[in-house]
Ligand binder design. Structure first.
Ligand SMILES: Nc1ncnc2c1ncn2[C@@H]1O[C@H](COP(=O)(O)OP(=O)(O)OP(=O)(O)O)[C@@H](O)[C@H]1O
Ligand SMILES: [Mg+2]
Length: 789
């Protein structure tokens, strides 16, 4: 900034016509010294012309919109107001063109462009700023100085001298020139400043730009410092960590290795960035807490869990069908249909490995092989196996995990299972799904929905882990004794496979081929030495057990094996078990003569058949008439459906009283009491309809019922016998209880099609109407009363 370089020519000495030099990207102001590069022939001619004359030229800025390509600037691209300048120096550039140093001396406006002698020239009229009262200008000067001061103190790009020099200046135009030379303006902004008409306007505009400048500078500074901060954070953390190390070393709390090892482990953990960040937070927390504190223990436990989980560790499936079939057959006798379904399932996985895997659910009485089938499937697929029993689980946290804030918090059972299985795709048998409970601690079955739902279980959220875990690769197999207590939405997600009780023949085979071998293996006996004959096994099944499955039988066989082991150890001799000596080892036969089941003929007592989660069973129904007022009494913990079917039976009896020779007044002057013994066990269902009617009519007519019959069938008010469930189990129960006949609805006939092993040894009488039942079971009245009791 210098304005004393040359003697300023006064206005009279300025020629009217001056050569034009267009300037790109810059507006030159009076008092400003600027170097310019000129390469256009025509313009260079103008420069030479000026040098020979007054050395004065006229600088005109080209508009922003002008094409900057050389020589392309037309006169219409130039602004009309420009700066009269004097050429201070000229240097020729070897490659062509010239470099000139110019200083602005005043402003001028184009009157007319003249293009003569190949030189671009213009008629220029000098213009001056309208000067204002200093009083008027003072506020503007003050604001400019204030902004300048602010810039200086907040450490902006302007040098601190800027503010110091400015603060001493008084002349408005000098102030304007000074500030101007520090601003970075666009051509348009510069031109606007050049064209202002008064001093006041000039100061005002300068203030405006200065203010803008400081704002831009402030934003830039902010961005810069943000970036710096982000970079510094990592450095800072490192630095703090090092310091902490030093402090802890001083304190003798040197657990650095632990932290370092964890950080290293975390790096190689195959988990998402999100999870890594959460784990890192916990590692940092561990580092911050005293190593022996409770909190550190909690955090350490947590981290141990995280590192122990098999995040991405999978076993490969063996999907060979032949191999699967061999294993299923080797582990289990019979169960043809069930095995077929399992092989179907494996075949589907063969074709589409990552496809939707249905959740199989085995439903059936205890001891029928549900859990052990699950284990077999795991073995045949080559997956690791884990069993989770939900029996009696009432707390949601058992499934979803406890929050870590609880003392002794643990992950839920599924995460625990995954860790134990040490594979992220184990086969998990969910045992006793039907025994899941719920209470004030939440509803575990809702959590189970989440576990089993293929839509959500790929990011299962365990409260303890606090990060999602993928359960979708697990193969779930559920087991249950009954479907009734499984909540509907949960049941919808399951593919139900029913297992029923075994016949005696099947039990004998299972015992010989599997149970005995297992027991021998477990007791360490010599397989050659022990034999348990078929007769003994039959004896066990018939007289020591009364079950649908084979669990009790398995226990007895084990007991015999351990007796054998004892004999070998104590006396070095082996035992030959037979029907004669078996009571010595197992105690008296428990079911030899079951007083519960009567095979005689009694008034008012009929044998029904029930189907429970424990398999089929005999359900005795008793009815008596007692003097009263026509009420119906029902006892024995009957459910609503069963009560209603009792009422229907009574109504049917009353409606058809005449046919059985009963007077209606009998119903009015007596109460009818129906009792279903084993009063502590809840019973429900409509299938005892015909059994109740038999008992009612027997007690009213005094005709005894033939107790060799067991019956099952729902009764409607027209006397039709309707379909019931669980017939196979019921027939097996009747056989177990040594009854001769089962009366069942004709509509169920197909249930036992091709099931000779079930129907062998018992007569099944298919009925459509209750009259057929009554005809068979109601005996004529015995004349000789003394013989009856
Ligand atoms: N068909 C079979 N062949 C061979 N062994 C069998 C068969 N069915 C059951 N078992 C054996 O009987 C025992 C009991 O079976 P398991 O524990 O699987 O019963 P479960 O159906 O799961 O019963 P629960 O409903 O009580 O859980 C097991 O040792 C099992 O191997
Ligand atoms: Mg089981």
């Amino acid at each position: 900034m210098n304005n004393t370089l040359i003697n300023q020519p006064n206005e009279e000495t300025i020629p009217e016509v001056l050569p034009i030099i267009p300037t790109m990207d810059v507006v030159v102001f009076p008092n400003m010294i600027v170097p310019l590069l000129v390469s256009d022939e025509k313009i260079i001619k103008g420069v030479n012309h000026a040098l020979q004359e007054s050395k004065l030229i006229f600088l005109l800025a080209a508009k922003d919109s002008a094409d900057s390509a050389e020589g392309a600037i037309g006169t219409s691209d130039l602004y009309q107001v420009g700066t009269i300048a004097t050429i201070m120096r000229l240097i020729k550039i070897p490659e062509g063109g010239v470099k000139i140093l110019v200083q602005g001396i005043g402003k001028g406006r184009v009157q007319e462009i003249i293009s003569a002698d190949d030189i671009l020239q213009a008629h220029v009229e000098p213009i001056h700023l309208e000067s204002n009262d200093i009083e008027q200008l003072l506020p503007h000067i003050r604001s400019i100085k204030a902004v300048a001061e602010k810039m200086a103190t907040s450490g902006h790009s302007f040098s601190p001298d800027f503010h110091i020099i400015l603060s001493k200046m008084q002349d408005p135009e000098k102030i304007a020139d000074f500030v101007l030379s520090h601003l970075s303006l666009t051509v348009e902004q510069g031109q606007q400043l050049l064209e202002v008409e008064s001093q006041e306007e000039l100061l005002e505009t300068i203030y405006h730009y200065l203010h803008q400048e400081i704002e831009v500078a402030e934003i830039q500074e902010k961005i810069r410092s943000n970036a710096r901060e982000a970079m510094n954070k990592a450095q800072k953390e490192y630095y703090l960590r090092e310091q902490l190390k030093a402090i802890k070393q001083e304190l003798g709390e040197d657990d650095l290795e632990e932290i370092d090892v964890m950080i290293e482990k975390l790096e190689s953990l195959p988990v998402t960035q999100e999870i890594k960040e959460e784990v890192m937070r916990q590692i940092n927390r561990l580092e911050r807490t005293a190593p022996d504190s409770l909190e550190a223990t909690v955090t350490r436990n947590y981290l141990e869990w995280i590192f122990a989980l098999p995040w991405n560790k999978e076993t490969e499936d063996n999907l060979d069908i032949k191999h699967a079939k061999e294993i299923l057959d080797a582990d289990h006798y019979g169960l043809k249909d069930v095995k077929e379904r399992i092989l179907d399932f494996i075949s589907v996985r063969n074709l589409k490995q990552d496809g939707y895997a249905p959740i199989l659910c085995f439903v059936g009485p205890p001891g029928t092989g549900k859990t052990s089938l699950g284990k077999s499937i795991a073995r045949s697929l080559g997956r690791t196996y884990h069993r989770i029993s939900l029996g009696g689980v009432k707390d949601e946290a058992e499934i979803r995990g406890h929050r870590r804030t609880y003392v002794g918090a643990m992950p839920g059972r599924f995460i625990q299972a995954i860790r134990k299985a040490n594979s992220s795709n184990p086969l998990i048998v969910i045992d006793e799904l039907d025994k899941i409970g719920s209470d004030f601690r939440g509803d575990p079955s809702a959590a189970m929905l989440e576990v089993l739902d293929p839509q959500q279980n790929n990011s299962f959220y365990d409260n303890y882990l606090g990060v999602p875990f993928d359960l979708s690769k697990i193969l779930f197999i559920a087991t249950a004794n009954s479907l009734d207590t499984i909540p509907g939405p949960l049941r919808d997600r399951l593919e139900i496979i029913e297992l029923s009780g075994y016949t005696v023949d099947e039990k004998v085979n299972i015992a010989k081929r599997h149970l005995l071998n297992k027991a021998i293996l477990d007791t360490g006996l010599d397989p050659e030495k022990i034999t348990i004959s078929d007769e003994v096994i039959h004896d066990l099944i018939a007289n020591y057990t009364r079950e649908a499955g084979v669990r009790q039988l398995e226990r007895l066989i084990r007991k015999l094996c351990s007796k054998e082991a004892r004999a070998i150890v104590e006396k070095n001799s082996s035992i030959t078990f037979s029907n004669n000596n078996i009571e010595e080892y197992l105690g008296p036969r428990s079911f030899l003569d079951d007083e519960n089941i009567n095979h005689g003929k009694h008034v008012g007592i009929s044998n029904g058949l029930a189907w429970t989660s424990y398999g089929g069973d005999i359900l005795k129904i008793e009815a008596v008439l007692i003097p009263g007022t026509g009420k119906l009494l029902l006892t024995g913990q009957l459910g609503d459906v069963m009560k209603e079917s009792a009422q229907a039976a009574v109504s049917y009896a009353r409606a058809h009283a005449g046919r059985f020779g009963i007077e209606d007044s009998l119903f009015k002057s007596n109460d009818l009491h129906i009792h279903v013994p084993a009063g502590a066990i809840p019973k429900d269902g409509p299938s005892a309809g015909i059994t109740m009617l038999s008992a009612i009519l027997s007690t009213i007519t005094k005709r005894p019922i033939n107790a060799n019959y067991a019956m099952t069938g729902e009764l409607n008010l027209r006397g039709e016998v309707m379909r019931i469930g669980g017939l196979k189990e019921k027939v097996l129960a009747a056989k177990r209880n040594k009854l001769s006949y089962v009366i069942a609805p004709m509509k169920n006939k197909n249930d036992l099609k091709d099931m000779n092993e079930v129907t062998d040894g018992i007569d099944i009488i298919w009925v459509e109407h209750v009259d057929e039942v009554l005809e068979r079971v109601l005996e004529p009245i015995k004349r000789k009363k003394s013989k009856q009791a």
